[in-house]
Design a protein. Structure first.
Lengths: 119, 110
């Protein structure tokens, strides 16, 4: 149980293109999803917290107009990298926390990431 | 603040031996800790968690130890296997968000 699917797994595109990444919880509902960015041989850095039906909360230093997040349902959050440039190339990973366990710590479940390469 | 490393420390272990991966956390108010395993090109996979009211928790072949006095967490893997080769991250936090540690690369020598 608690499977998170991320799509696409790999994308290469030209500079200036906008890229959308989808994160789906397949067998549970997720009120909250998280988006991370990971550079080679480094840890995961939280970019933003995506809340169903409301605006995402961005971490300091993350441009909300650059990284658009939409969480329209309890099973889907999307991250759109707008007008992507080579410096946006990275491994983007989403995670989701099962709904209904308020106040009780539960581990996040992660997707398998999207490797984004901007030429 | 965030724990982000510029390089990954590596632990090399002979197959069949026990592995111990250590982690120092920064927030003394953290009350929930998780160990994740990340294989190359994949997302982190949950291994085991522990709450701050415990100092030890065991799973299948894995044990997590928590020392709140010195803000130290460790993951012990018994009878390490080649399939255990991966990067291991400790993470601290609760419902709102999780902060990841630097990570340790575990290399299992056949």
């Amino acid at each position: 149980g608690a499977v998170v699917s991320q799509h696409p797994s790999w994308v290469i595109c030209k500079s200036g293109t906008s890229v959308k990444i989808e994160c789906r919880s397949l067998d549970f509902q997720a009120t909250t999803m998280f988006w991370y960015r990971q550079f080679p041989k480094q840890s995961l850095m939280l970019m933003a917290t995506s809340n169903e039906g409301s605006k995402a909360t961005y971490e300091q230093g993350v441009e909300k107009d650059k990284f658009l997040i939409n969480h329209a349902s309890l099973t889907l959050s999307t991250l759109t990298v707008t007008s992507a440039h080579p410096e946006d190339s990275s491994f983007y990973i989403c995670s989701a926390r099962p709904r209904g366990r308020q106040g009780l710590d539960q581990p996040q479940h992660f997707g398998d990431g999207t490797r984004l390469s901007i030429l | 603040g965030e724990s982000v490393g510029l390089h990954l420390p590596t632990l090399s272990v002979q197959e069949g031996d026990n592995s111990i991966i250590n982690c120092a956390y920064s927030n003394s108010a953290s009350d929930y800790f998780i160990w994740y395993k990340q294989e190359s090109g994949k997302g982190p996979q949950f291994i085991i968690d522990i709450r701050s009211n415990m100092d030890k928790r065991q799973g299948q072949r894995v044990t997590v130890l928590l020392n709140k006095t010195v803000k130290h967490l460790s993951l012990q893997i018994a009878a390490t296997q080649p399939g255990d080769s991966a990067v291991y991250f400790c993470a601290e936090g609760g419902y709102q968000k999780v902060t990841f540690g630097t990570g340790t690369k575990l290399q299992v020598i056949p």
